[in-house]
Design a protein around this ligand. Structure first.
Ligand SMILES: Cc1cc2nc3c(=O)[nH]c(=O)nc-3n(C[C@H](O)[C@H](O)[C@H](O)COP(=O)(O)O)c2cc1C
Length: 169
């Protein structure tokens, strides 16, 4: 699969088969993160693969949101460690978002479905404690991975380049 194909085919998938992504395959997908562009090579991205004990802790504090945590067989928390200077921290966030997208595209190339979610639990004190996140890290999402339960959902409509590209003279 070439990169343009992966970009165009990737969809947010919310229903999965129960099979967990094998650790070796997950490691291969997460390896894609390190190739993201990154100013000053701070490599700020962090990924935490959620194991059963952590998932149990997270579900306990998630309350009504717990059911949504069980939708995918494999969950990964994406965060980043910001540099002290605000400008550098902003660039770290941008690089980490690139890294997440690289991981989603790598999953697509591996025939896996994915879903980037930003549930409130990632921003709550209880959720952070359940994930044992260091105070300095900022969360960017809860990534879902697995085999899709049914065929790829239809893509939400997109605007053409006319809507977002300006050719300056
Ligand atoms: C930073 C970020 C956060 C997102 N958070 C959520 C979320 O909390 N819940 C959700 O249903 N989708 C979330 N999405 C997925 C978008 O809704 C989805 O990408 C969009 O509808 C386009 O669909 P597609 O990914 O299939 O192209 C998020 C996407 C991004 C990039």
């Amino acid at each position: 699969m070439d990169v343009l194909e992966a970009i165009q085919q990737r969809r947010t998938v919310k229903k999965y088969l129960p099979d967990a992504v094998p650790a070796e395959q997950l490691d291969c997908i997460l390896d894609a993160a390190k190739w993201a562009p990154c100013h000053r090579m701070t490599e700020p991205w962090r990924f935490r693969v959620v194991g059963p004990v952590t998932l149990g802790r997270l579900a306990t504090v998630a309350g009504e949101g717990a059911a949504k945590l069980m939708r995918a067989p494999t969950l990964v928390v994406a965060s980043y460690a910001p540099s002290p200077l605000p400008l550098h921290a902003a660039e770290d966030e941008q690089a980490a978002a690139c890294a997440i997208y690289a991981v989603l595209l790598a999953a697509e190339a591996e025939g896996l479905a994915s879903y980037w979610r930003t549930p409130g639990i990632l921003r709550s004190e209880e959720g952070r404690a359940a994930l044992q996140l260091p105070a300095e890290e900022r969360t960017l999402g809860l990534l879902h991975f697995g085999l899709p339960k049914k065929s790829r959902p239809e893509a939400p409509p997109r605007q053409g380049t006319d809507a977002y590209v300006t050719w300056l003279d």
